[in-house]
Design a protein around this ligand. Structure first.
Ligand code: ADP
Length: 405
């Protein structure tokens, strides 16, 4: 009996030990499963975060996510690029956006969550400055609060650099204002003379009437030239089709052609023209190259009606096959203070033009610059008044398939 009881107790003990082990094994398995699940969840979270970060980095604008306390909790590549080495994550907006015009709307949206969009003008010292180093830049600030039952969770901020479009609008406005101004002067002269001529007896003095008609005709020519130049500029600046009609041509022929067209002026001014242009084949738009050379040589003649003038036209290819064209004269020149502006539309050096002169539109050099740029080239000017004024064009060799705009 005792042996039986002992054996039973032993069996029970063994069973108990086995059960315990099983229990411990399943407990360990459970812990392991829990660990694996949390690791998998962590990995999933990390993968999701990486995915979100990739998406944010693909945004073309700086992006920031700000929590309810005003701390930056997420940013994208563009935002980090703007701040360079400065750490922006986990920092308060006041430590990062030092500009009051940025802080004010952010604080307002943090206090009272509502979408907000505003165009800001920021000084060149702001971290958000454009490539226009010394000029103010323009940014569109887009704020979107993400809130749950009126409680802010996060504010998302996107900063869009709209400086180029603001500048383009300004250029367009200036162009319209300048064009209207330039057209108004000759038009008012013509309408004044017309009034005189159509008055009773206005044609009685044939000599005076003849002079009026002559002046009117000069001003009509000027209006025509302004309108033609404006059309050329707008064609060069149009976004529609490719503005250039590219084909190979001989640059020496082009120079001969423009000299022939300016022959009368050259003879009248007894100007000496020296041409050093070999028979180079150039691929470009023949129409615009004629315009470029014509405007440069005509300018030299036009600005120096009473100087014994020497004009040199030179063309060559440099070691890298760039086409270099240089037009030089020894005339009145351009004062250093005017030199940076001469390629601007409608810019004319005041001192060169008296009230009675009607030559020139102030568009000639901007057409030249646009046309050179459309060929992928650059133009620069240097001047020592009375001694040497040079316009230097550099255009890279044409590459098949290269597209110019
Ligand atoms: P415009 O139609 O008045 O000639 P441009 O745009 O061609 O206008 O030139 C702008 C200004 O630059 C001219 O009004 C003139 O004052 C100056 N300029 C251009 N070329 C010369 C030059 N070769 N010599 C002196 N001044 C020049």
């Amino acid at each position: 009996m005792t042996i039986f009881a002992f054996s039973l107790a032993l069996v029970l003990l063994v069973l108990l030990i086995l059960e315990r082990r099983k229990l411990r094994a399943s407990e360990t398995a459970l812990i392991q499963l829990k660990q694996e699940t949390s690791e998998r969840e962590k990995e999933n979270d990390e993968a999701r975060n990486r995915e979100i970060q990739h998406l944010l980095d693909a945004l073309p604008h700086p992006f920031f996510s700000i929590d309810a306390e005003g701390v930056i909790v997420r940013s994208n590549r563009h935002a980090r690029e703007i701040f360079g080495d400065r750490e922006i994550l986990d920092r308060h907006i006041r430590q990062i956006f030092l500009d009051a015009s940025l802080i004010a709307p952010l604080t307002e949206v943090l206090d009272d969550p509502a979408p907000y969009r505003q165009k800001l003008r920021l000084p060149p010292t702001s971290v958000f400055s454009s490539d226009y180093a010394d000029k103010d830049s323009f940014w569109e600030m887009d704020l979107r609060p993400i809130s749950l039952q009126s409680e802010i969770v996060e504010i998302q901020l996107i900063m869009r650099d709209v400086t180029p479009s603001v500048h383009a609008d300004q250029v367009r406005q200036d162009f319209v204002a300048n064009a209207s101004h330039e057209l108004r002067t000759p038009l008012s002269i013509i309408s004044g003379y017309l009034e005189n001529l159509t008055e009773e007896g206005g044609l009685a003095d044939r000599e005076i009437a003849g002079k009026m008609l002559e002046t009117m005709s000069r001003h009509v020519t000027r209006i025509n030239r302004i309108v033609e130049d404006m059309l050329v500029i707008s064609r060069l600046e149009s976004d529609d089709a490719a503005p250039l009609n590219l084909a190979p041509f001989n640059i020496a022929d082009c120079v001969r052609d423009i000299i022939e067209r300016l022959d009368l002026m050259i003879a009248k001014q007894e100007a000496a023209i020296q041409v050093d242009v070999p028979d180079l084949e150039v691929t470009g738009d023949h129409f615009y190259w004629t315009q470029i050379l014509f405007n440069l040589v005509e300018n030299a003649l036009k600005q120096n009606p009473s100087t014994p003038l020497k004009i040199k036209i030179k063309a060559r290819r440099d070691e890298e096959e760039n086409l270099i064209v240089r037009v030089t004269d020894n005339g009145i020149g351009i004062p250093a203070t005017d030199l940076p502006f001469i390629f601007k539309r409608f810019y004319r050096v005041e001192k060169h033009h008296s009230q009675t002169q009607v030559k020139g539109t102030g568009l000639g050099l901007s057409i030249v610059m646009r046309a050179v740029e459309a060929h992928g080239g650059t133009i620069s000017a240097t001047s020592t008044p009375g001694i040497k004024t040079s316009f230097i064009i550099k255009v890279p060799p044409f590459q098949e398939g290269a597209c110019s705009d």
